[in-house]
Design a binder for this molecule. Structure first.
Ligand SMILES: Nc1ncnc2c1ncn2[C@@H]1O[C@H](COP(=O)(O)OP(=O)(O)OP(=O)(O)O)[C@@H](O)[C@H]1O
Length: 417
């Protein structure tokens, strides 16, 4: 088991507008981002008793940082852990327009603007092609959560013109408190091109379902998940890990944006789910808290493992240094400081391949039967007699836990969220 606190990074979005006074410090052992806010410029969001607000991060990327640097420093180490069999999550948090989507997905105009998702896919598939000692299988899912309802962005059957046209995804919890996402499709992708096609399909559904009146991307959370299984040739052990790449909704406070009607309802939901995320993070950062309120929102339920569970998690605080955004930027950095206190226990997700195990056990049974036949001189066929079946069924039913019977009817456990 690897114990690790959530790693936090900050990225400052480039701007030509007037900025607040801020300083970026990049030391060997982590960096810092500092804002200087003159007392008389307080706008009510910041408690302006102080003038200096300094926040520490693993590293701070200033305006000139490019997508390649972000991938190398933040996403590559996470991808390496996922290849080794650990779960990983990278989530971007920040106010609307602060660069979350640019960082996670990238800009569409320029190839160099590819974000973490396409670069990670490319990195993983390059690794697979270089490593001929392993067999890799990859599945992808893409979930959008809007107003507490989940939508499957990868359903190819639907020509969505509204978000509501996409299949709705619901949460189910089994008796062992594992979360299952009903209706979320898992698409196998054999190579980078197929994976990029899926990303494109999901992003297209995300955009088509958006109109000027319904800018869902600002107000929804999107979770792109790569489900990876690997097996050494000839080995019965299989490693299955998941990588969640998460673009959260804009974190700005409702009061400041002055919204109304439908948008206010949406904003309440978003702020409510980000509020619940904050509640989970506060509970996790307090010692001796036994109850963590994951169930309050769909997003915290889905990301349960990423927050204080079996996962190596990284947060990117997307920050705008434009003067008018100083309050929100400070609140984003404060949130990150809390997140940095959360400890996760990442486990190596390794188990015996059930199909191979069955083959192996069948062989063993056959050998034992042959030995028995030699000793007793009695020839036996492979098949049980009706009498034997009647005799053994009750014992078998007692030995198989009820939840096993249920789970086996749905997706295999390693492909569940
Ligand atoms: N590092 C960057 N370099 C160049 N352009 C950027 C950068 N970050 C963001 N942008 C541009 O700024 C605009 C807003 O960024 P983006 O859509 O990523 O913000 P966001 O935080 O995802 O907003 P929302 O919450 O509304 O989804 C986009 O046009 C994007 O291309």
């Amino acid at each position: 088991m690897v114990k690790q606190t959530i790693q936090i990074f900050a990225r400052v979005k480039p701007t030509k507008k007037q900025t607040a006074e801020y300083f970026v410090d990049c030391e060997e052992q982590g960096g810092s981002l500092e804002f200087v806010v003159p007392r008389d410029l307080a706008d009510g969001v910041i408690n302006n008793k102080r003038e200096n607000y300094k926040f520490r991060f693993q590293k701070v990327f200033d305006q000139t940082a490019n997508q390649e640097e972000i991938f190398e420093a933040i996403a590559k180490p996470v991808a390496d852990n996922v290849l080794a069999g650990y779960n990983g999550t990278i989530f971007a948090y920040g106010q609307t327009g602060s660069g979350k989507t640019f960082t996670i997905t990238g800009g569409a105009e320029n190839y160099n603007d590819r974000g973490i998702i396409p670069r990670t896919l490319s990195y993983l598939y390059q690794h697979f092609s270089k490593d001929s000692s392993m067999i890799y299988t990859t599945h992808i899912s893409y979930l959008e959560i809007y107003n507490e309802t989940g939508y499957d962005l990868l359903n190819p059957q639907h020509e969505a013109s509204r978000l509501e046209d996409l299949p709705k995804v619901t949460i189910m919890e089994d008796p062992d408190q594992n979360i299952h996402l009903k209706n979320l499709s898992l698409q196998q992708s054999a190579n980078e091109e197929e994976a990029l096609d899926l990303l494109f399909l999901g992003d297209t559904n995300r955009m088509i379902a958006e109109t000027p009146m319904n800018q869902a991307s600002t107000r929804s959370h999107c979770i792109f998940t790569i489900h990876l299984c690997s097996k050494e040739l000839g080995s019965a052990m299989v490693r299955c890990s998941k990588l969640h790449l998460v673009d959260l909704a804009g974190s700005e406070r409702v009061g400041k944006t002055g919204v109304g009607g439908q948008i206010l309802t949406e904003a309440k939901y978003i702020n409510l789910s980000l509020h619940y995320l904050e509640q989970v993070i506060i509970a996790l950062s307090e010692k001796n808290r036994s109850h963590i309120p994951y169930r309050n929102s769909m997003m915290t339920s889905v990301l349960r493992d990423s927050l204080g569970g079996n996962c190596m998690t990284t947060m990117i605080a997307a920050v705008s240094v434009e003067r008018k955004n100083t309050g929100e930027s400070i609140s984003t950095c404060r949130f990150a400081q809390r997140v940095a206190l959360i400890k996760n226990d990442a486990l190596l997700n390794e188990e015996l391949d059930p199909a191979l195990l069955i083959v192996r056990l069948k062989k063993e049974i056959q050998c034992l039967k042959e030995e028995l036949a030699l000793v007793t001189g009695e020839q036996r066929s492979d098949k049980l007699t009706q009498e034997e079946i009647q005799q053994y069924v009750p014992s078998v039913m007692v030995c198989i836990p009820q939840n096993r019977l249920r789970v086996s009817a749905s997706r295999p456990p390693h492909l569940q969220l």
